[in-house]
Design a protein around this ligand. Structure first.
Ligand code: GLN
Length: 537
């Protein structure tokens, strides 16, 4: 096959309908039928990337192996497909404008007025096509963020209109996802919002080929026919997406609704054999039939918003299934943990995870949680800031360095056990300037991490400015906290462990970004296994 086919996924009626999950599910089905597929997210906001956004605004910032700070939907794409995404998979309006303005300054448009059409739309189209041509994908699924009708989305919808016209019908496809609300008072499912949403798309010159309808109740044939008639679509291209207990069931639901077959037919691609989903089904079977149960505390400061720790939450689902264990993940706000509440708050957990984070707020609660886990021999996994607080706690309470701290929180600390990385010292800009993306790490033999990974050399993704201060390494080692993993090129400490503790691991990197359904992350798997050995009242 020599041409890449393009599927565009748009959303209507409301936001948060799960375009990312529908895109990932369709991609999974196509991949399971042997196609090379990738998914791209176009975000209509003006930030160049979400790296500078507060998690309250935008949920988790997901990091790719090539160090791009991206939308959390890319996490879903990787978790479903088990393949890497890159910077090219996430494009924002900010990035589009930035490159058009840079070209204008260079003189690339000399003599011309630079406009949304054609210059911005051309840049959008270039970014969409680039992904197809760079990596030779059979199908590129491009998810347009936002809701049809938003001012911000207009240039993207126009780019889709142009691309469809240029590529021809069998080379591209538009899937529109909407909501069919159920009105309890009249006991009816309502299609009018869908009709209006399709009308909004038509006003912009785009006729959807497939409609996916989110619903709480089953759609009957009459309703499907009605939607088809009003929206110029054949009725077997109206797909039901009913609420399910886990997002990982959606691919099977979409298979039942023949979304993959309909899409392939419309793209004139061979349908071939049934999708190979045995591993996926095994994962679901284990997930739904757990033999064990653990309670894990997820300690962070953005806990009001579940999306803030999306990849961590999903990693526990993957690792739970692997261990045939139901993981009851309880969010604990670090600001609620004090000397007087710590025991009461944490006494019923089989494991404690301290989440990544930035800045001073809630730091004392995190340090207390690390202390509790160390002293009570509760399995501990500290991620990034979670590793750093474990180091600070150990310095203060085992080495006796009162006021030991990270220079991120306290410049005046007499014991800066966590300090700014050398390469970060001259950095003043905030966007995209952290230590980002994949770096190698060499693990010491006979450590808990070595056992978990089953290998000495690993690659993991990073997103931080501060590091373990190697001036203190000897003292830590002697007192019982070791550097279990270091970067072989720079000597940065990447993993700390307390060998005398049942399972106390802190990692400077982010294992949660690389856990997938088929390959749960070994550290999460080992952490759950350790938690299973802890008896609580
Ligand atoms: N704030 C810390 C640093 O920049 C930790 C970052 C994180 O947890 N992602 O090093």
């Amino acid at each position: 096959m020599n041409t890449t086919k393009y599927i565009f996924v748009t959303g209507g009626v409301t936001s948060s309908l799960g375009k990312g999950i529908i895109s990932a599910s369709l991609a999974k089905l196509l991949q399971a039928r042997g196609y090379a597929v990738t998914i791209q997210k176009l975000d209509p906001y003006i930030n160049v990337d979400p790296g500078t956004l507060n998690p309250y605004e935008h949920g988790e910032c997901y990091v790719t192996v090539d160090g791009a700070e991206t939308d959390l939907d890319l996490g879903h794409y990787e978790r479903f497909l088990g393949s890497h995404t890159t910077q090219a998979n996430n494009v924002t309006t900010g990035r589009i404008y930035q490159s058009v303005i840079n070209k204008e300054r260079r003189g690339d448009y000399l003599g011309k007025t630079v406009q949304v059409i054609p210059h911005i739309t051309d840049e959008i189209k270039r970014r969409i096509k680039l992904l197809g041509s760079l990596h030779k994908f059979d199908v590129v699924i491009t998810e347009i963020g936002g809701t049809v009708g938003d001012i911000e989305s207009l240039p993207y919808i126009e780019a889709v209109r142009q691309m469809r016209w240029e590529l021809g019908p069998s080379n591209s496809l538009v899937i529109h996802l909407t909501l069919v609300p159920y009105l309890a008072a009249s006991g009816e499912l309502k299609t009018k919002p869908t009709q209006h949403s399709v009308k909004a798309l038509l006003e912009n010159g785009v006729q959807p080929d497939i409609l996916v309808l989110r619903t709480e109740k089953t759609l009957n044939d009459d309703l499907r026919k009605k939607v088809a008639l009003f929206c110029n679509i054949d009725s077997n291209s109206v797909v039901e997406s009913i609420d399910v207990s886990t997002i990982y069931e959606v691919p099977l639901l979409m298979q039942k609704e023949k979304l993959d077959v309909t899409a392939l037919r419309k793209l004139q691609l061979p349908i071939g054999d049934a999708p190979k989903l045995a591993d996926w089904k095994e994962f679901l079977k284990r997930l739904k039939n757990p033999k064990h149960e653990v309670r894990i505390a997820l300690i962070g400061k953005y806990v009001e918003l579940p999306d803030a720790y999306k990849s961590i939450v999903e990693s526990f689902i993957h690792a739970g299934s692997k261990n045939e264990c139901k993981v009851n993940l309880v969010s604990v706000h670090s600001e609620t943990i004090t000397e007087s509440t710590v025991v009461e708050t944490l006494k019923d957990f089989n494991g404690i995870l301290v989440a990544p984070g930035f800045g001073e707020r809630g730091i004392d609660g995190k340090i207390l949680a690390a202390k509790y886990a160390r002293e009570h021999k509760i399995p501990y996994l500290g991620i990034c800031l979670g590793m750093q607080v474990a180091v600070i706690e150990f310095a203060r309470n085992v080495l006796g360095y009162a006021n030991a701290h990270s220079t991120e929180m306290s410049h005046a600390s007499p014991y800066p056990v966590i300090d700014l990385m050398e390469q970060q010292k001259g950095v003043t800009e905030k966007g995209g300037t952290m230590r980002l993306g994949e770096y190698p790490c060499t693990i010491k033999e006979n450590t808990k991490t070595y056992i978990a990974y089953g290998s000495e050399n690993i690659l993991e993704r990073h997103r931080h400015r501060y590091e373990f201060n190697n001036d203190y390494l000897c003292e830590f080692d002697k007192a019982g906290m070791i550097a279990a993993g270091v970067n072989p090129d720079t000597n940065l400490v990447e993993i700390i462990e307390i060998p005398s503790h049942p399972w106390f691991v802190g990692v400077q990197f982010h294992p949660e970004y690389s856990s997938t359904v088929i390959n749960p992350h070994p550290l999460f798997v080992a952490f759950i296994r350790a938690a299973l050995n802890i008896k609580v009242a």
